[in-house]
Design a protein around this ligand. Structure first.
Ligand code: ATP
Ligand code: MG
Length: 303
């Protein structure tokens, strides 16, 4: 079975889609067979990896709701070893159509049971909500990767997400781990970025990936060309950072399966309770110290 990673944060515009596309492409480029699943009706991942809108193309909707064979829906992408399970706007309907259906949170898990053995990694891009599509993704996943933008109020909503993760662990998916927290759109020239990054590391400790994704205009341009950054500008800082992230994810997987050493992020698989307590301003684990941001505590109290 491959490692199934959901990219989730219900806050919009934090770099989920950019991370899904470029982590998946970098994993495939590192010779790890990878499936990228677009769970977001906005379909930005689908377009960004080179599949512009096409009403005739089947999507995750056809698999989830119409029960069409998944092999007919999966597409090969321009990256060797990277396949795509595309989205389209019909998925908005899926979230509604599944309401009231028995075991509605498990549809994606059942679907992936048929194919995840074909891949070393499955990367899922989630919509910016905690709706049924996101719940399906988190139920089907081994772990969740949470991108957080290095900006003011970075932790806004994170405690809500971590609460949801804890609830999912209690009911739908007891083994759901945190793959890691990823700092995105980092601008080393600004004191704010540096301060936010340092505070996030104090809060989440080793659960934060060593790799940081810089703010890089090439990353923002690449999707309009339908290319992952490694094909659009391999020499950019953005490409460098996602290749590094893929290495970190692979090393963590090798550590878990006992095949290798050398990861800088021993936090993978660490428990959500510690992170949630940290986000709420407390500390449930000696490895997670409290930081200096007031916002997360405020946010946890406010929610
Ligand atoms: P949504 O919540 O709407 O799904 P998202 O979390 O998927 O958004 P993205 O679409 O990946 O976020 O990114 C939001 C915007 O920021 C996009 O225009 C994207 O191109 C840009 N962006 C993402 N990461 C970077 C980066 N590291 N440097 C510069 N621009 C970036
Ligand atoms: Mg997105």
């Amino acid at each position: 079975m491959g490692r199934i990673i959901a990219i989730a944060n219900q806050k919009g515009g934090v770099g989920k889609t950019t991370t899904a596309i470029n982590l998946a492409a970098s994993l495939a480029a590192a010779e790890q067979r990878t499936l990228l699943i677009d769970c977001d009706p906005q379909s930005n991942t689908t377009a960004g990896i080179g599949f512009p809108k096409d009403p005739a193309r089947r999507s995750l909707y056809n698999a989830l709701i119409l029960h069409e064979p998944i092999e007919k829906i999966i597409q090969h992408t321009q990256v060797d070893g990277l396949d795509l399970l595309p989205a389209d706007k019909n998925l908005v309907g899926a979230a509604v159509e599944l309401v009231g259906v028995e075991n509605r949170e498990f549809f994606l898990k059942t679907l992936l049971g048929e194919i995840s053995g074909d891949y070393t990694f499955v990367v899922m891009d989630c919509p910016p909500t905690l709706d049924l599509l996101t719940l399906n993704a988190l139920t089907a996943s081994d772990s969740v990767l949470v991108p957080i933008q290095c900006e003011y109020l970075a932790l806004e909503g994170v405690s809500e997400l971590l609460d949801t993760l804890m609830r999912i662990r209690r009911s739908l998916n007891p083994t759901l781990a945190i793959e890691g927290i990823l700092l995105t759109m980092y601008d080393e020239r600004t004191t704010l970025s540096r301060q936010v990054a340092s505070d996030l590391r104090s809060f989440f400790g080793s659960q934060v990936f060593a790799t940081v994704i810089p703010r890089n205009v090439r990353l923002a341009e690449a999707p309009s060309h339908g290319k992952p950054i490694i094909f659009y500008d391999i020499h950019s800082k953005g490409a460098e950072s996602y290749i590094q992230l893929a290495k970190e994810v692979i090393q963590n997987e090798q550590k878990r399966t006992g095949q290798g050493f050398g990861s800088t992020n021993p936090g993978a698989g660490a428990n959500t309770a510690a992170a949630s307590a940290a986000a709420a301003g407390g500390s449930a684990d000696a490895s997670v110290s409290t930081g200096t941001i007031a916002a997360p505590g405020d946010d946890a109290a406010g929610n």
